[in-house]
Design a protein around this ligand. Sequence first.
Ligand code: SF4
Length: 328
Amino acid sequence: MPAKECLFYKQFKGDAVKCIACQHYCIIKPGNFGICGVRKNIKGKLFLTVYNKVAAQNVDPIEKKPLYHFLPGSKAYSVGTIGCNFKCSFCQNYGISQENNAEMGITMSPEKIVKEALKNGCESIAYTYTEPAIAIEYWMEAMKIAKNKGLKNVLVTNGYISKEVLKKIHSLIDAMNIDLKAFNERFYQEICRAKLGPVLETIKLSKKSGIWIEITMLIIPGLNDSIKEIEKSAEFIKSVDENIPLHLSRYFPSYEMSNPMTSESFLRQALKVCKKHLKHVYLGNLECDSSTYCSNCRELLIKRDYEIINYLKKNECKKCKEKLKGVF
Ligand code: SF4
């Protein structure tokens, strides 16, 4: 087992430990795992059982994370481990997120991850597919090496990362895509077995830390597709910063959930409502125009089609000089 002692935990009572990597703050007795299934108490010490084990890796366009205002047209070397701190019944990556075999995947040291990213012409490494907070000690090592080599670090997260971890690693992270799975407590409790509040706190704290953030909402018919609720999400994001791009993503049946896919007409309705509050809202998992236009004069700024063309001039619209927020 390629286990490594975790950094983010504290001694609790007796030989029990308290993990502080994510907002579940699991109390773990000897011989047991935390909710994520990859952090195990071995004789009073917490170990990461997937250290050096990548369950999925791929060279992805950064737009697939999705990040639209961060190095458009670039490639991100994407890695993920098994396990997850959420148990979403609609998970698209359930083949690894709900897996508990720590031996699954390939052995990759942090150095090797960075090497592969450079070899494949990537400008960033994305810690993704499953929740990166659960294997943060592994990723932190890769992040440090990546930074030294001029690569950016991207976290694709459900927002349940702990404040303790975020405070420690914010200077290593360049961008985050944070999932806002719904704007109601019931959805988080019943579908994800988590809470909404900590996710909202992560959004605020990440923004305050100077990390570039974008938000994704997967719209599932019958579960989180109240227009009122979607508008509330947009209002919340606006209260943090109206420049944060929001991606409204189309749901397709997956894993244990068989609700019908989101209709295109509903997504367009949601888009219209969110655009009242936010400067940049995009639809995902759908054939549509996903280009970026100037929020002031509607000039085309970044064309996303078969190829990505960036028309910005020093982050500005060529026509009206309005600045586009992001990393370009
Ligand atoms: S990462 Fe989260 S789910 Fe996993 S053991 Fe730690 S607190 Fe629990």
